[in-house]
Design a protein around this ligand. Sequence first.
Ligand SMILES: C[S@@+](CC[C@H](N)C(=O)[O-])C[C@H]1O[C@@H](n2cnc3c(N)ncnc32)[C@H](O)[C@@H]1O
Length: 255
Amino acid sequence: MTDFQHAQLDWDASGQPLSRTYGDVYFSRASGLVETRYVFLQQNRLAERFAALAAGEVFTIGETGFGTGLNFLCAWQLFATLAPKAARLHFVSVERFPLTAADLAQALTLWPELAPYSAALQRQYQAIHPGFQRLILDDGRVTLTLLVGDVLERLPELDARCDAWFLDGFAPAKNPEMWTPALFVELARLSHAGTTLATFTCAGFVRRGLNEAGFAMAKVPGFGHKREMLAGALERPVTPAAVPWYARPPRPQGP
Ligand SMILES: C[S@@+](CC[C@H](N)C(=O)[O-])C[C@H]1O[C@@H](n2cnc3c(N)ncnc32)[C@H](O)[C@@H]1O
């Protein structure tokens, strides 16, 4: 198992966190908030999908790289605004180097408009440790499952059916260990036909790897100085195991 370590951060003059380990930014210097909304929320069509949920339905989002929680908080805010009251959000995110609670608090001061959501997250973001951790928010309407550890160790331990993926993580050139065929296969295993996926990168090998895993990915205009990014959906789902002991039980109805 990989050693547990918190994120080692530096802060630039404008208060933006930078990873010392990966030498990369957590989000766009122009505007992390606008970038998240464009790249992950809009390209996964979350506004219309949240609004169309039925009472009692659960929408599950998977993410690689929880980081500061910005993507999670933006998704939660959108869900709170558009989803029917009786629908629920499950956000599952893997993180190899979780921020300390103090660093998370400092990073989240950048987004005053998310303050009610950030405050609720911080109240529960305590004693983060390796393995699975479940944070219950908004009186149970929102669940955050944090998988602390490397994606390639934690995702194979997960049993879930994600409706959308935020494929984040530092730039493939700076973090090649993460962007592997093994990861793309795990994303497909945890998806169903029509599960959407968005990622800020348009690297050719990422597109080809996702395509090989069953996703149909297309280049779409990127955010800020990035000309293109990738968005798509699972077209060829992994065939459910033929033997019954590997079959997933039906999704439970109701809360
Ligand atoms: C660009 S940041 C993510 C930003 C984040 N989504 C947010 O809203 O702040 C990338 C994150 O991926 C994490 N990461 C990188 N490689 C990883 C791996 N192999 N397994 C799990 N997490 C990883 C990093 O520690 C970092 O927190």
